[in-house]
Design a protein around this ligand. Sequence first.
Ligand SMILES: [Zn+2]
Length: 111
Amino acid sequence: MVVSVHQLDDGAWLSVNDERTVPVSQLWLLARHDICDCEQADFLAEGFVEVGVDWPDVEGRIAGQCIACGASGVTDWLAMGRVDRETGAFRKVVPSSVHVPRRRTKLATPE
Ligand SMILES: [Zn+2]
């Protein structure tokens, strides 16, 4: 199954299969991150920097700011959601639950 993933409107949206799915301006709770020294960062997303697929996960790197301490930066790869193998439907994650960014060892091609 082919999953097409893009960022749209200068990083304002994550688009999956030509549908706007995840907007920025949401708060992501990040753990084990390197944005700042906060144990858990309340990270306000300002824009998608890179998006990709590590099947079946749709992932992205987000630029933004920790609203607790004010530090800004770009996250490592965060799972944005998952594509259902059967139906191809995209289910997005809940930003306010805890997310752990991870470095990529292999780079998936978006298309
Ligand atoms: Zn912080």
